[in-house]
Design a protein around this ligand. Structure first.
Ligand SMILES: Nc1ncnc2c1ncn2[C@@H]1O[C@H](COP(=O)(O)OP(=O)(O)OP(=O)(O)O)[C@@H](O)[C@H]1O
Length: 251
């Protein structure tokens, strides 16, 4: 069996006395597109924070790229797009190209927009999200869906192997959500980037991901999304760990 990119084993986590993760185990294989779903407060953000090393591991073990998370230094292997990424307003004084360049800063502290040797990386990332023609447009003048693409470009400019996105479609209108999922599928299929998409919109997500992981303090389901879809509402509610009714969308 090939080594997974991420191997989470028997992880439990508390905030003070409040147990939010209990004996959680799962693996993320290279090349997969994982939908991490669960109701509000089910521990999704906590597990992501543990993977990113923002929250300290209390119990169990996590290996990232074959190394215990405590010893893993993230040199661009894992990239993250937060739900709050969409925080640029119309007055923000940066072009799309400059925003993508900000993703390089962590790798190259002395980076500045005039350094030609990094420009090709920025244009490559813009091309990968089909936003080349907007390189010199002010970020605040782009639509929500276009800004979202720029944030993805910023996240992939360091060529990560694993990209984690937290509720990236919040506030994006329905038509753009469809385009957005298509873009993610292209990044996964064509560039081979392993994806973890955190969402509580279980209806939309199951049609796009290769693996579905339902978390509600513990792992309630981890497997094939189409097998999950074929179950009755009642069975799925049990696995999801919460009352649910799947809303399916036509694409
Ligand atoms: N820093 C913290 N201190 C104390 N409690 C916390 C902290 N962070 C999260 N919690 C609590 O832990 C539980 C799990 O939170 P978490 O954010 O991991 O869930 P989530 O599934 O991401 O929720 P949502 O979908 O609402 O973002 C919740 O009850 C939350 O209130």
């Amino acid at each position: 069996m090939t080594q997974p990119l991420i191997d989470v084993r028997n992880v439990s986590h508390r905030y003070d006395q409040h147990l939010v993760l209990e004996d959680v185990s799962f693996r993320i294989d290279k090349g997969s597109f994982v939908g991490l779903v669960g109701p509000n407060g089910s521990g999704k953000t906590t597990i992501i924070k543990l993977l990113l090393g923002i929250e300290k591991l209390q119990k169990g073990s996590i290996d990232a790229f074959g190394k215990p998370i405590q010893k893993f230094t993230n040199k661009g292997h894992i990239s993250f797009v937060s739900q709050k990424a969409n925080s640029f307003n119309r007055g923000f004084p940066a072009t799309a190209k400059e925003v993508v360049g900000m993703g390089l800063i962590s790798r190259q502290k002395m980076w500045n927009p005039s350094q030609k040797k990094f420009e090709h990386l920025i244009f490559e990332a813009l091309d990968q999200v089909n936003m080349m023609e907007y390189a010199n447009t002010n970020i605040g003048d782009l639509s929500g869906g276009q800004q979202q693409r720029i944030f993805i470009a910023r996240a992939i400019v360091n060529k990560p192997q694993l990209l984690i996105l937290d509720e990236p479609t919040v506030g994006v209108d329905f038509e753009n959500v469809g385009h957005f999922y298509r873009l993610l599928s292209e990044l996964n299929r064509d560039l081979g980037i392993t994806l973890v998409l955190v969402s509580h919109d279980i209806g939309t997500i199951t049609t796009h991901v290769t693996d579905l992981l339902c978390l509600n303090k513990s792992v309630h389901y981890h497997g094939n999304p189409s097998e999950f879809e074929q179950m009755s509402d009642e069975e799925r509610s049990k696995l999801y760990g919460h009352n649910m009714h799947t809303i399916t969308h036509d694409h």
